[in-house]
Design a protein around this ligand. Sequence first.
Ligand code: GLC
Length: 439
Amino acid sequence: MSGQDNLFEHAKAVLAENDCGDFTRPAPDLYPHQWLWDSCFIAIGLRHLDSDRAQKEILSLFRGQWANGLLPHMVFTSSNKPMTHQDVWQSWLNPLSPDDVNTSGITQPPLLAEAIVQIGEKLPLTERRTWYRQVWPNLLKYHQWLYSERDPHDEGLVLLIHPWEGGLDITPPWMQELNQHLPWWIRLLHKTHLDSLIRPLRSDTKHVPAEQRALNVEVLALGHSMLQLRRKGYDINKILKRGLPAIEDLSFNAILIRANAHLKEIAKTLRQELPEELVERMALAEQALEELWDTYTEQYYSRNFATLKLLKEPSVATLLPLYAGSISQERAAKLVSKLENDHVFGTAFPVPSVPQDSSWFDPLRYWQGPSWVNINWLIIDGLKRYGFADHAAALRDSTLEMVDRSGFFEYFNPLTGAGLGAVNFSWTAALIIDLLKTK
Ligand code: GLC
């Protein structure tokens, strides 16, 4: 068997191990539930193996959809154990949450339309239409919710209320923002090093070495922020009125712009008209993304929703407008030069989640340095569409090499390629299958 065949077979085995029937868990032990953007990436890989199973992966997400259209970032598998995730989130506090399944009360990056189109690409036109028709009501409702609820000032940019919504959990711009909102008791615990008291309560560090995960103070900040949302019953009006952190997140909005393009494509295939209000907001989104460009440092950043100030902590999000596809060729070239630069994103095993020249850069720590296969996949896709074929091929090859050498890890040391975080991680496996099957 060739090296690539071996990699493919191994990837299939990881997905089979994590298959829970209707959905795929992200990893054994550490991630036992269904996550929104994980399932989208997983479906992109599954479409090469079994189209029906890939469709099921997407349809199962709709079990968790709220009456207002929100797709929650987690749909919980039921458990009788006390103090599980569902008891912490208490989605039942909001009357719009589903009655028969427990979920979180926040969302995750809108990769849904991408996954639907990727599945559709593998189907003959009639079957593709049937597939699109099946998902259309849920998909449209989700996009309408994103704008109606998360863009209250009609700016064309949606806001996020928790770092987990962006998927890059402890990314520097978000952590910086949370630090500014830390309550006195977390500051005190941190200062007196008593934050380490939470260590026995953490399940992640039972599976993964502590230096590869969030700091205790970051876990406290994330948990505190989540409890504040729960206290408001996940009601966006109450959350915004209370002045809780709200960010127009760069990577989320870049992904949404691409999702909008896919939504239009799906509507065209179905000969469906999109609601006018949505079309207007979608058009505005592409201009609004340019407001996140900083002329001095020549890169994009996230923005504080209330103050409209750019959050100038660099992260890999700055490259995701390549995936959005709406930026000029000139700006795309500027981003590519950062990817080429050894001091910025051009590490031995790119793309680091934080550039090397940032004071936050740590090659081991979760979203503060390591390379992630899903982000590489998005960047490869964007590079291809902007005509940077050689860059796309080089990134594809280094991604395959990294996983081939180290295994199907959650993330990787960008300097050495060593595997970090959870083992047998589903989106790593699924996207390796996709990279192997598409050039
Ligand atoms: C981690 C990641 C998040 C992902 C989840 C499940 O929390 O930061 O993006 O969805 O794991 O894999």
